[in-house]
Design a protein around this ligand. Structure first.
Ligand SMILES: [Zn+2]
Length: 275
């Protein structure tokens, strides 16, 4: 089973309901923190999904190195430098080419403050087409997406495809414009978590609009679509009619806290951000 928590359904500009990227994905019981943007750790502990806090984080995936997708990596590594953490398990950090150079630059600023006190740090730079085998038979696969990241990971931005031991699947687009890598990865997937940064007429290169998401889904035919990475204008607009012009499957416009299960069943909405 795959449990897909959207901790942050917004882009770089936070709103009360849509904060920057953060995802907590559990595949056959193995938890993965994906794209820890600003505030990700706070939202994770508020969600109730990780009662042990940072000690429960064993695997981190990054799609690319824009700050709204990775800046809480600094917060995580600094927390793990504290002698007050308990876990002695390795921390596995996966991301695109350029990840090591990014961490080296951070070390130039923070020195040893970002070295976990009790935990071995394993860093893996990934290209498209690679696979991580998870305990219990699930997998994570990488695919190439089209997003302008001109420092550290230029031309190497990734999306992720998760599969559990029974073949159920979920895809996360990362940040991307329409591209063949995403279309292929999303084909017949059970859950497609796809960025939809702006309403039609306000689109920017390297991101998606409802029309572009609709055209993608018409080709890929995902069983359920969840819209994420919504900048304020997108978050304030019902994006689904623009998608429905091209795709007649179910579409959910996610908020912070939206939760999805694969195989599909109804998710609880927005449990942590209620005032
Ligand atoms: Zn980005």
């Amino acid at each position: 089973m795959i449990r897909f928590r959207i901790l942050g359904a917004g882009g770089a500009i936070p709103t009360p309901t849509h904060t920057p990227a953060a995802y907590w994905v559990t595949v056959d019981g193995t938890p993965i923190l994906m794209d820890p943007g600003p505030g990700a750790l706070v939202r994770l502990v508020h969600s109730g999904d990780a009662p042990g806090g940072v000690d429960e984080i064993g695997t981190v995936l990054l799609t690319h190195l824009h700050p709204d997708h990775c800046c809480d990596l600094v917060a995580l590594l600094f927390a793990l430098h504290s002698p007050l953490t308990d876990s002695h398990e390795p921390l596995h950090l996966f991301g695109p080419k350029g990840l090591q150079a990014y961490l080296d630059q951070l070390a130039g600023i923070y020195g040893r403050w970002l070295e976990p006190r009790h935990r071995e740090l394993n860093i893996t730079e990934w290209a498209a087409g690679q696979q991580l085998d998870l305990p219990g038979g699930g997998t994570v696969q990488t695919f190439a997406v089209d997003h302008p990241q001109d420092r550290f990971s230029a031309g190497n931005c990734l999306g992720y495809r998760f599969a559990d031991s029974e073949g159920h699947t979920a895809v996360f687009s990362g940040d991307t414009g329409p591209c063949s890598g995403l279309e292929k990865a999303a084909r017949d997937v059970d859950l497609l978590v796809v960025e939809c940064s702006a309403p039609d007429g306000m689109g920017v290169p390297g991101h998606m609009t409802p029309t572009e998401v609709g055209l993608l889904c018409a080709k890929a035919q995902p069983k359920l679509v969840a819209l994420t990475h919504q900048y304020p204008a997108a978050a304030a607009t019902d994006l689904r009619p623009g998608i429905a012009l091209h795709f007649d499957g179910p579409v959910v416009q996610a908020q912070d806290g939206s939760l999805f299960f694969v195989p599909l069943k109804s998710g609880e909405e927005n449990p942590w951000s209620a005032p």
